[in-house]
Design a binder for this molecule. Structure first.
Ligand code: HEM
Length: 139
């Protein structure tokens, strides 16, 4: 019987980042929890530009290419409907997409960067002076 599964991608380059981004945002737009803030913020005709920005962002993160310049904290502050619990969902979907596409070593590199960035974004967006972030308040 012929095997139709794609072989895992073992290299992180502009082409594989582009594949990951396209697949991830296709999944985001189908996700009942994540889709609304994206659909409220990004008009249909703006999606190609958003995907191009996200490719540049991940190229800067993974390949230190310097292709992205921007301010994700300021941008997310302006995203209507963005709520803290959505970050877990975002990460789960991102990790599942990376694991589907990449070999385990490369998938793990994306996952660890994504977790770190998501956690600093959450601190910047939701932390208020006098109110410790969730992960610190339990101790
Ligand atoms: C919790 C779920 C999240 C939601 C709902 C969300 C939503 C959005 C939306 C709607 C935009 C487009 C804003 C605009 O064009 O005005 C955006 C941009 C962006 N997001 Fe997110 N985001 C989330 C999490 C993340 C995470 C975890 C990362 C990074 C690991 C990330 C990285 C970015 C970047 C780099 C941009 C582009 C900023 C720019 O235009 O320079 N986002 N996000």
């Amino acid at each position: 019987m012929q095997c139709t599964a794609e072989p895992p991608v073992g290299i992180i380059d502009e082409a594989s980042i582009a594949l990951l981004i396209d697949r991830f945002y296709t999944a985001v737009r189908r996700d009942p929890i994540l889709a609304p803030p994206f659909e409220w913020t990004i008009a249909e005709e703006e999606w190609p530009e958003h995907l191009a920005t996200m490719r540049r962002f991940w190229s800067s993160v993974m390949l230190t290419s310097g292709r992205y310049s921007g301010n994700p904290v300021a941008v997310h502050h302006a995203v209507h409907g963005l709520e803290r619990p959505m970050f877990d969902r975002w990460l789960a979907l991102f990790e599942a997409t990376a694991a589907e596409l990449f070999a385990s070593e490369q998938a793990a590199l994306f996952t660890s960067k994504a977790r770190r960035i998501a956690s600093s974004l959450q601190l910047a967006l939701f932390h208020r002076l006098g109110m410790p972030p969730d992960e610190l308040s339990a101790s």
